[in-house]
Each structure stands twice: as C-alpha cells, then as structure tokens.
Design a protein around this ligand. Structure first.
Ligand SMILES: [Zn+2]
Length: 372
C-alpha cells in the first residue's frame, strides 16, 4: 500500500507489481510478467500439483484511483488504527491481492498442491477499464484451462454472484453554426439535444423489485459551443446505461435508436448519431455451482454468517466470465468504502479472507475428487 500505484502512473504501478512479485518469488511459485502490445504488464503467479485436477484462477488489480482532498491521514501511509488498515487501496483491492498472495504462499509452504493448480492474475488498469491490461491478456492467452475464478474485489467477504455491466454511448446532434445575433441563420443543436436528453431521462427503465437493482439511462456529460455569442455547430452528450445479467445489449441499443429516431423525426434538418464508446458485460454465477457453494460454506464457517450478494460496480469478473470462466466476486473490505477518503479494511476480515480462500480451494478440489 505504500507504493502509490495510481492508475495510469505506469512507474508506480510497476513498482507495486514488483513488491508483489518479489513476495511471491520467495517460494516454489512460478512468477512471470507478460506485457500487452502497449507494454502494459500483467503478473501471473502459478502453483501446480503433480496431477491434473481443478484449475482455480484468483484475480485482482493492483492499480488504485487517485486521492482527493478529503483525506485526514496519509493515503499511502498504510496506518493501522482501531483494528483497521487505512489508506488508498486498502479495500479496493490490495487487501484482496495480499490475501491471494498469502494463500499461494501458504499452499506452497505446506507442501504444495496434490493436484490441479492455483493461478493468480494481477492486472494494472482495472480502474480505467482494463482495456490495456486484462482484456488484451485474455485475447492473447485465453483462459480455457480454468474451471473457476475468484475475483477478490471488496464484497465484505460475502460471496457476490455477479456484477452489473454498462454501456456508454456518445450521442452527437449536428446543427449549423451562426452568429448568436442572427440565430435564424444557423441550426442550434442545443435545444434538440436537450429535448433528446429529457426524452431519455423520462424513459427511466426502472426494474422495481429486481434483486439486481434498477438501470435507467443516465446522461453523464454534455458539451456544446465555445463562446456565448455563437450558435454551436454541434452538441454532444454521453449516456451511461447499467446492464443487468439478463439484459440484451441489442434490445437496449434498439430502444435508444428508437428514442433518437423519434426526436430526429421532429427535427429533420439536424443530424443525430450515436456511437457505443464502451461496453462492460454483466456477469452472474449459478448459486448452485460448486464455486458458489464452496465460498458460501467457507464464509459461513469463518465468519459465522454468509449470504449471496451482487456487486453494483463493474469489475474484471465480467471479462473472466465472458471468457468462459465461471467467476465469483469475493473479497475483504466494505465496497461502500472503495474510492472514498475513509478507505480501510478490517484486519480480522483479512485474516478471515485468507482462511476462507484456503477452505474454498480445498472444497473445490474435494468436489472434483467426489465426481471422479
Ligand atoms: Zn476494484
């Protein structure tokens, strides 16, 4: 945590990765760093038994979001106070990474695995969308050897079966620039864009009663014009639409297109276009799967209570799941404290996580033994 690995700070992220790599290299674990075409590193640490068996992937990110002025402590001081470790990344998600690394070391020092394998994968640009780290890593290496994955994002150490995805769409309304004193000489795109914004906001697709929450179209940015005395030639805005696990992206995009066409029909002299900027797929693990059951039982055993949850944020579990690896989100730390100036993690939860991961890995291996 004392390495301020703020996302996009390549040197700081690299040195944090080196700390983790050095810790893991002290035992019989095979550790390597591969790089994407853009030179972005991904750490892989691998421990395999002599026989084939269940292959488990542990996954997390080492980058953290920047700090703000709200901090009353050194965000990179890693202070321990009141049973908590405080600082940026404590919760999201260096505690999870430390627990994964601790489990790998514990497995290695206790004689290693009898069969199967446990692999830790650490990427460095999750907070900016994983476009240059995990996504190209998966494209290049595939993940077909893995039976299960655990993403160690903060979940209060309760097993989260999935997370929402998102769609970001950029919308442009083309008009014609003119002097503001002669507005009839131009085509002002701002009122047309505002009409479309209002139309979209009124189409709030609230899914009341759904266990996975609601998902409206949310307008997040709006830009038009450069000076107060000119009519802009275009107005642009972005829409954020969160995706539930059973949402159809094509249905949502066609809803958006219909809304645009309705407004466009009223303003035929304006050009309105939409472009998908980012798609983050949602994911959902079957709660009857061996992984979900193993994590639930381990959580119950270690903390005394367990219940399945669902992550409202987007994280790398989506990309692992999309690559075909059934993935659970399960890590120490309160997700509500992630990205805040109160970020911290309870030390007891860290201890519980290491214990819980060990139990779950053991149970997954046993499940394989039962079925063979
Ligand atoms: Zn995170």
């Amino acid at each position: 945590m004392r390495c301020p690995s703020i996302t996009s700070d390549a040197a700081a992220v690299e040195s944090a990765l080196t700390v983790l790599s050095d810790y893991l290299s002290e035992s019989q674990i095979e550790v390597g760093v591969s790089r994407s075409a853009a030179g972005v590193p991904t750490l892989r640490a691998h421990l395999a038994g002599p026989r084939e068996g269940v292959n488990i992937l542990l996954q997390g990110h080492i980058d953290v979001v920047p700090t703000d002025d709200g901090w009353h402590r050194d965000p990179f001081g890693a202070q321990i106070d009141g049973g908590h470790l405080h600082g940026r990344g404590a919760c999201d998600m260096k505690a999870g990474l430390a627990c994964f690394a601790g489990v790998l070391r514990a497995l290695a020092s206790s004689g290693g695995l009898e069969e199967g394998s446990v692999t830790l994968l650490v990427d460095v640009d999750e907070e900016t969308g994983s476009d240059h780290g995990l996504i190209p890593y998966i494209a290049e290496h595939a993940l077909s050897e893995f039976d299960w994955a655990i993403c160690g994002e903060p979940s209060g150490l309760q097993p989260f079966l999935g997370n929402r995805g998102l769609l970001w769409v950029g919308i442009t309304v083309e008009g014609a620039a003119a002097h503001a004193g002669i507005p009839g000489a131009g085509l002002n795109p701002v009122p047309v864009a505002a009409e479309l914004v209002t139309h979209l906001q009124n189409r709030d697709r609230r899914t009341a009663g759904s266990p996975t929450g609601s998902a409206p179209f949310t307008v997040t940015t709006f830009h038009a014009g450069t000076v107060p005395n000119s009519i802009a030639d275009k107005a642009t805005f972005t829409v954020d639409r969160r995706l539930q696990p059973h949402d159809s992206t094509s249905d949502i995009l066609s809803d958006l297109t219909n809304a645009i066409e309705r407004v466009a029909a009223r303003h035929p002299r304006f050009g309105i276009t939409a472009e998908v900027i980012k798609r983050w797929p949602p994911c959902l693990l079957d709660e009857d799967s061996d992984l979900a059951r193993a994590a639930h039982q381990a959580t119950q055993s270690v903390t005394g209570h367990a219940s399945f949850g669902f992550d409202q944020a987007c994280n790398d579990a989506s990309f692992l799941s999309e690559a075909g690896v059934p993935t659970l989100i399960w890590g120490p730390g309160d997700p509500a404290l992630a990205h805040t100036s109160e970020e911290r993690v309870a030390l007891t939860e860290v201890t519980h996580a290491i214990h819980g991961y060990g139990l779950a890995i053991d149970a997954l291996t046993s499940a394989q033994n039962r079925s063979t």
